[in-house]
Design a binder for this molecule. Structure first.
Ligand code: PEP
Ligand code: MG
Length: 575
């Protein structure tokens, strides 16, 4: 019988194939009472299992294939760290002795207690590490019950099959590189989960958060995965199959056509040059940015380099990472944003001190409160500037004193490099992110002292509409077409353009093809987005009449009526 499941599409495209089921991760664990004389043996059994998993993970870490996702090493390190934590490596052994139970049972009890604590954590990044704990525990459980049910043990699936899993650990995902699966889907995972991050880097259609797929789908069922819309159809009838084969073919043709645009100059119909830059999180992302024809890096979110660790790197380590990006981009500009830590991006183990972290000590506020940390990063960025075209970007500016202090800190960093006789580019442009409504409404206060601005629409929307971007309960209120948002973005672009200050958009709005013409109509000429979106945005740019787009955008700005604004946008996009 045919049925459809809905989840979160994390990587676009359509795959059609046979389902291959992989480990149901919630292993059944037996509860056995043991005699006091059996305690030591049970504890040894537990240690042997831990060591086996440690060896497995270390072997994986030592043999990372060159084409593995950039995040893979960090994932393995996190798993090794979890494995070594006293809460997992020692506490279960104490429980064995105290409760006179088998090691599996003790570990499962301890895991449940830990997961309960994770549920109470507000920070979504840390909350998602719950999945890592689960995955590590399951590995140990498998070792204990000698019931290897992972991908490796599931038999080699045929090329083109669709993997259906309850959840996949990063260690499992590495095996994806060796087989040519057409797609994978999982029951668990959110848009920022490790599974989703890796899914994007694999570039095959995939869906997470399907909830019941692993339970409902049977081995070898025919399934359709529409990764663009997050839809999975199981056992489709011939008509539906034919329809999706057609869509798949069209999608592939579209992708081929898009690839031809890689080296095409990005310009509107009248020849006006539009700069399309890439957002990156890690140095390894440069390859994708380049292969999609990015004209530069418009946003390097440096804090992502260090989220999986407890401490920030020293100046040299940072310098090497920045230099690598700058060198690999050749003469193309690289916009390095200073740490945007705090809120949903805290260092591991960082204490949460604020009830409203998005309104608390975040981004430039945190950097100014930690002058040594900021100084190290500024020096590292300026040192990297000697190797290419660096632009420095400061997140979340909101007041004049903050701007003054930032410029002063930059001055101090530069002078210290001078004192040390270290070379750097003296003309590094310094820009600010406009992502707080206060900054948008007092733009000249910033543009007077800055060389460029970049609009962070993700936060600008969060702060304008008063919706926590990490809170699923208010996610439906996120609306880039809210008249207040369109009005503010238009105002920033106009105000900056009037004073001759280059202005870009680097929030998610920049990579949304439905909004490309609106942004062009509002006067935007510089976009920065996830590399995967560059070519589809370029395709729209190439077909856009800027005057028509400007006229439609003016009408939208005047209307203040969301329904009419949507109708105008549709008309603009249909032209
Ligand atoms: C933004 O806020 O739009 C932005 C680009 O920065 P981040 O998403 O890293 O906060
Ligand atoms: Mg932001």
């Amino acid at each position: 019988m045919s049925f459809t499941l809905h989840g979160i599409g994390v990587s676009g495209g359509i795959a059609i194939g046979r389902a291959h089921l992989v480990s149901h991760t919630q292993l059944e664990v037996p509860h056995t009472e043991i005699e006091p004389r059996q305690v030591a043996g049970e504890q040894v059994r537990f240690d042997v299992a831990l060591n086996k998993v440690r060896r497995e993970l270390s072997d994986l870490a030592a043999n990372i294939p060159h084409n593995a996702p950039a995040e893979f090493e960090a994932f393995l390190n996190v798993h090794l760290m979890i494995l070594g934590d006293e809460m997992l490596s020692e506490a279960p052994k104490r429980m064995v002795a105290e409760q006179l139970c088998n090691a599996e049972w003790a570990l499962k009890q301890q895991m449940e207690a830990l997961l309960e604590q994770f549920d109470k954590i507000d920070d979504p990044y840390l909350r998602e590490r719950k999945t890592d704990v689960l995955q590590v525990v399951e590995r140990v459980l498998r070792a204990l019950v000698s019931d290897a049910t992972g991908i490796a043990a599931a038999g080699v699936p045929q090329d083109g099959s669709i993997l259906v899993a309850h959840d996949l650990s990063p260690a499992d995902v590495i095996l994806f590189k060796k087989h040519r699966f057409a797609s994978f889907v999982t029951d668990l995972g959110g848009t920022t989960s490790h599974t989703a991050i890796v899914a994007r880097s694999l570039g095959i259609p995939s869906i997470v958060a399907l909830h019941q797929a692993r339970r409902l789908v049977r081995e070898s069922d025919t399934v359709i995965v529409d990764g663009t819309h997050g839809v999975m159809i199981v056992d489709p009838d011939d008509k539906v199959l034919e329809e999706y084969r057609l869509r798949q073919h069209e999608w592939e043709l579209d992708q081929q056509k898009l690839r031809r645009l890689t080296t095409t100059r990005a310009a509107a119909l009248d020849g006006t040059r539009i700069e399309l830059h890439a957002n990156i999180e890690l140095p390894d992302d440069v390859a994708l940015a380049r292969s999609n024809g990015a004209a530069g890096i418009g946003l390097f979110r440096t804090e992502f380099l260090y989220l999986n660790r407890r401490d920030l790197p020293d100046e040299d380590e940072q310098f090497e990472a920045y230099r690598r990006v700058v060198t690999e981009m050749g003469r193309l500009p690289v916009t390095i944003r200073t740490f945007d830590l705090g809120a949903d991006k805290a260092l591991m183990g960082a204490e949460r001190v604020s009830a409203n972290p998005a309104l608390g000590l975040r981004a430039i506020r945190l950097c100014l409160a930690e002058p040594q940390m900021f100084h190290r990063q500024l020096r590292a960025i300026y040192r990297a500037s000697a190797f290419g075209r660096v632009r420095l970007l400061v997140p979340m500016l909101s007041s004049a004193p903050e701007l003054e202090q930032t410029l002063h800190a930059i001055d101090v960093a530069r002078r210290s490099l001078d004192d040390d006789g270290i070379a750097y580019d003296r003309t590094v442009p310094v820009g600010g992110m406009i992502e707080v409504p206060a900054a948008a409404l007092s733009l000249p206060m910033f543009t007077r002292k800055l060389d460029f601005v970049s609009i962070g629409t993700n936060d600008l929307i969060q702060y304008t509409l008063a919706i926590d971007r990490t809170d699923e309960a208010v996610a439906h209120l996120y609306d880039p077409l809210h008249p207040a948002v369109v009005g503010l973005v238009g105002m920033i672009i106009q105000s900056a353009t009037r004073t001759g200050t280059p202005v870009a958009v680097c929030g998610e709005m920049a990579g949304d093809v439905h909004l490309t013409r609106l942004l062009l109509g509002l006067g935007l000429r510089q976009f920065s987005m996830h590399p995967a979106n560059l070519l589809s945005v370029k395709q729209v740019v190439l077909k856009t009449d800027l005057e028509e787009a400007a006229a439609s955008a003016r009408k939208m700005l005047r209307s203040h009526d969301p329904t009419r604004m949507r109708a105008l946008l549709e008309k603009m996009n249909a032209a």
